[in-house]
Design a protein around this ligand. Structure first.
Ligand code: NAP
Length: 249
């Protein structure tokens, strides 16, 4: 028996990295998946590549109207939603003395406002007993230079999730999150840093991880499957660190 047979999953940030690996695994496990991302060309590429029952929807999570349309397109295609995976996020770098209002707004609109408004739109269409999953980060527990606003967005999201967990309890909806450590995804190429700086930063991260390496998107996807499935039926309100031990030492 597949773990997500006949479940409907909506995944944001599904055209790349962690979201894409999770979408592939959910499809393998029998889910009907609504994949969403910002770039149409990336959505077209994965539409040509993926097998299974899915639709791809272009939506910018920072835009309230796009979150509304994403949920409308998902319910028009598949009816009620069982799994809402709010994973889209960005991590541009700016040290404290260089933080601009635009840097702040872009990060908070994408990483905080986006998942909060997508949740609001989805709640009436989520099945009771369904699950909401977020992608946080261990950066809200440890300080990494240049990631002040990014870290604040993930900390804000974690605080919001505690309230949400309580607010949806009467509907038996489970709210959980994954907090990746350094994971080998395209996000590092989008931080606005030169390649050699990113490579040095990567080496530094890997050295700090007890397991001595970056994780893979597939390793995160396995936990995103576990938390969304009935295997995690009594797990609620947690943030699961998937970081080779980095946040624990
Ligand atoms: P990624 O490969 O860059 O994927 C990020 C995804 O988010 C992409 O699909 C991207 O779509 C989407 N996205 C970004 N801004 C968006 C917007 N405004 N509207 C809609 N979609 C948007 O990076 P990733 O590492 O898989 O990141 C996924 C999540 O993991 C993020 O929340 C990130 O903060 C978190 N995380 C990553 C790491 C790591 O080391 N990789 C560590 C901790 C946490 P487009 O490509 O179309 O823009």
């Amino acid at each position: 028996m597949k773990k997500l047979e006949n479940k409907v999953a909506v995944i944001t940030g599904a055209n790349s990295g962690i979201g894409l690996a999770t979408a592939k695994l959910y499809l393998q496990e029998g889910a009907k998946v609504v994949l969403s991302g910002r770039r149409q060309e990336a959505l077209d590429e994965i539409t040509a590549e993926l097998k299974g029952d899915f639709i791809a929807v272009k939506a910018d999570v920072a835009k309230p109207e796009d979150n509304k349309r994403l949920i409308e397109e998902a319910t028009n295609a598949y009816g009620k939603i069982d799994i809402l995976f709010l994973n889209a996020g960005i991590a541009p770098v700016a040290p404290a003395h260089e933080i601009s209002e635009e840097h702040y707004d872009t990060l908070f609109n994408t990483n905080v406002k986006g998942p909060i408004l997508a949740t609001k739109e989805a709640l009436p269409h989520l099945n009771d007993g369904g699950t909401i999953l977020f992608t946080n980060s261990i950066v809200s527990q440890k300080g990494f230079d240049g990631l002040g606003v990014y870290s604040a967005t993930k900390g804000a999201l974690r605080a919001y999730q505690r309230v949400l967990t309580s607010e949806v309890k009467s509907r038996k909806i489970r709210v959980n999150s994954i907090a990746p450590g350094p994971i080998d995804t395209p996000i590092y190429g989008k931080m606005g840093l030169p390649t050699d700086v990113v490579e040095e930063m990567g080496k530094g991260f890997a050295q700090q991880v007890p397991l001595g390496r970056f994780g893979t998107s597939e390793e995160i996807a396995k936990s995103a499957l576990f938390l969304a499935s009935d295997d995690a039926s009594y797990i609620n309100g947690v943030e699961l660190e998937i970081d080779g031990g980095l946040s624990q030492i």
